[in-house]
Design a protein around this ligand. Structure first.
Ligand code: PHE
Length: 348
């Protein structure tokens, strides 16, 4: 019987050694000391022994039981230690690793350009005018001397607002001229910068684009004023003091005479050639870039807002902002402005 107890001890110690979870330790305890366990099994035969033997074997059995109980407590502790050790391995933090820099964005190239344009005109005494992007037909066309059925409406590929009679997405910033004049008495110096919309889309056109509009009305305003403001603006914005402007006759119903404004190419400085006789592709070697529409405000437009067209004259101009930015930074596709690809945006 002593031998059996010894064997039980060896067996249980071996089982504890390979127990890798609290659950298995418990199972081992049940296997040996449970009610139906191996220990009790042995104990059942105790009654067959002599008193003398009972005493020695009983003593041994008690000691062994105590020993094994503390062995299994020890195993629980070992497991706990191992667990803590692996947490330290898995979850350690290297406090010397440099921190991650949060990425800081910046303003979009177009927004920055718009601010520059506004600041430049502010220096010349122009204020910033405002008007809605969803505009009444009346302001977008009628008040600008473009009555219904006038062929000039066809020049604008208009987005009409469905179910909202007589509203359009403004096709140009010129209606801001009207809004501003309605609220102001001459002298007027106003610009407008904002979104405009046309059903148009290719490498140099987008259904949404930005325009700059300018208007100056006072006594004795002439084409000379228009030319000087335009020339100064182009020289400043393209950072090239050699820029010249030229006017070609054109037609817009709200100005008379109307014209297209060209400036000398800021890339080749009007020569049509780059260093080493390389042909300038931007201006197609002609040295000039068509850049704006302009003219002297039509007397009818002045009368429409209640100005005395005998007393006051004025000039107006309008141009696409994306086109200017494309020229200045040699960007070859309009879509790049609006795709929000960081590889593009971060270049500026
Ligand atoms: N509004 C015109 C356009 O979008 C441009 C323009 C503005 C022309 C002012 C003359 C005067 O085409």
């Amino acid at each position: 019987m002593q031998e059996k107890i010894q064997k039980l001890k060896v067996g249980m110690l071996a089982d504890l050694k390979v127990a890798l979870s609290e659950q298995t330790i418990k199972e081992v305890e049940v296997k040996y000391f449970g009610r139906q366990g191996l220990f009790n099994e042995i104990m059942k035969t105790l009654k067959d022994l002599s008193d003398e033997e009972k005493r020695t074997v009983g003593k041994l059995a008690n000691e062994t039981k105590k020993e094994l109980e503390s062995a299994s407590q020890k195993r629980y502790q070992e497991l706990e230690h191992e667990k803590l050790g692996s947490i330290a391995d898995d979850e350690w933090i290297d406090v010397t690793v440099p921190g991650k820099k949060p990425t800081v964005g910046h303003r979009h190239l177009l927004s920055k350009f718009i601010d520059d344009v506004e600041a430049l005109f502010a220096k010349m005494g122009f204020v910033l005018g405002e008007g809605p992007e969803v505009e009444k037909e009346f302001y977008n066309f009628d008040q600008l001397n473009i009555p219904e059925d006038h062929p000039a409406r066809d020049m604008h590929d208009t987005f009409w607002i469905k179910n909202l009679e007589k509203y359009v997405l403004r096709t140009h910033t010129s209606p801001v001229q009207i809004h501003h004049m309605e609220k102001t008495e001459p002298p007027v110096r106003v610009i407008s910068l904002g979104k405009t919309f046309r059903k148009d889309s290719d490498a140099t056109h987008s259904p949404m684009f930005h325009q700059l509009e300018g208007l100056m009305v006072d006594e004795n305003i002439s084409m000379a004023n228009l030319k000087s403001v335009m020339t100064h603006f182009f020289q400043q914005i393209f950072e090239d003091p050699t820029i010249k402007t030229r006017f070609r006759i054109s037609y817009f119903p709200f100005v008379e005479p109307g014209m297209e404004v060209d400036c000398t190419c800021p890339i080749c400085h009007g020569s049509g050639k780059l260093p080493d006789n390389v042909p300038c592709r931007l201006c197609k070697q002609c040295g000039w870039l068509e850049i704006a529409g302009a003219g002297m405000v039509h007397p009818q437009v002045l009368e429409n807002v209640g100005y005395d067209s005998e007393k006051y004259t004025g000039f107006a101009f309008g141009m696409g902002l994306e086109r200017m930015v494309m020229i200045k930074y040699r960007i070859n596709h309009m879509r790049l402005f609006f795709e929000n690809d960081l590889r593009f945006i971060n270049q500026f």
